[in-house]
Design a protein around this ligand. Sequence first.
Ligand code: IFM
Length: 472
Amino acid sequence: MTTTDPGTEVGRDLLRFPPGFRWGAATASFQIEGATGVDGRGPSIWDTFAARPGAVLGGDTGEPACDHYHRYPADVALMAELGLGAYRFSLAWPRIQPLGAGRVEPRGLAFYDRLVDELLAREIEPVVTLYHWDLPQALEDVGGWRNRDTAYRFAEYAALAHEHLGDRVRQWTTLNEPWCSAFLGYANGIHAPGVVDPKGSLEAAHHLLLGHGLAVQVMRDQAPDDHELSIVLNFCALTVDDDSQLDAARKVDGLQNRLFLDPLGGRGYPRDVVEDTAWLGDWTAAVHDGDLDVIAAPIDWMGVNYYSPTRVAPAADPLAVGDGPFPGLRGVDFLPPRGEVTGFGWEVDASGLTALLTRLRRDVGLPLVITENGSAWPDVVEDGQVVDEARTRYLVDHLRAVHEAIAAGVDVRGYFAWSLLDNFEWAAGYSQRFGIVHVDYDTQVRTVKRSGRTLAEVIGANAVPATGYDLP
Ligand code: IFM
């Protein structure tokens, strides 16, 4: 075996990652925990939404998910077996504050105490996300993220969770993918709470960002110096064929990427996005004096979630409004995927990740962490094994793409596979499996897939194979 050291040098067989590169896998509370009715947990918007006929494929709900609430010791043992150095998971706000404000449920906090302690005992670093979409229903009942107050409730929850776990958890992420919370939740309503209110969805986006900034401020005040604070965004990696697509790409880039990146970076909301969405009504009235300073509170790194590229073209009718999740978007057609697609129908294109990271180096100026990357395929268990060749190829190709970006000078500090376990894939229920570990939902048996074994080898070598899919 030929390797070269240090850093990202290219050996004949292996592409080495920098020393200290953080390797992990990610999950989210509602997607894996199950146990939705135990230990005082309050209902979340996803419990309510999933109970609505037709909202989630197959009528699936947060039960049983992976029953991780009860099986976390075995799941953490599995992480150790895979050699994960870090585990990214989210706290369920309704377990900790069943009504989203006020009363704290000690049994909810105690679950996360147990989980964190188990991780630390196995030398796996906990990377906590405060909000991965399971808003307490009681807050939605008074407007949810369309209500400015929710940002303040979020900051209070962040403060108490951080105060409780901050003696053991150094890595804190405020929000996972606020684009999804705002626009899938309130623009086209395919996610909880299932509201269709395009102008309100832009207000929700602002309140999410405000909640992020308030939470960062309060955690920074409470935090010892070694705590790192972050936000995780799902970026649109736009791929254009020619100049005729540039304006359509600009509009989508504005509503998915710059609407979040610019205020977080202290540049305020992008003028073109404000102009393009003005016909919905003046959502910027929700932006109060001082909000933009709060949103721009300094963070330590940014999380990047990448799955697939997006292709767009100008629509024949420049005023045509699509039924997608982009509020106010007019005159844009979304083009079908090209080449290989995953089981979920998402285009496979690792080069989109390199291009995205290179762009973010310019626009973010912070260390980056790949906080989610993965693919869903219809796995089968045969003779106790899951030989998921397609997911393994996807994984290795995307790791090579990350390596390429690092070699070109992008400061990428870690990679978290989505997901550790097959889990509840939101509106698609249990129909889509993203795990590197297979879960039989009837028996709750876990089976490490070939992709999981490959990731373990990659972690062991701190390198990916330069060609092919097997480590030498
Ligand atoms: O499962 C989701 C996750 O909750 C957020 N990012 C995308 C994943 C795959 O759709």
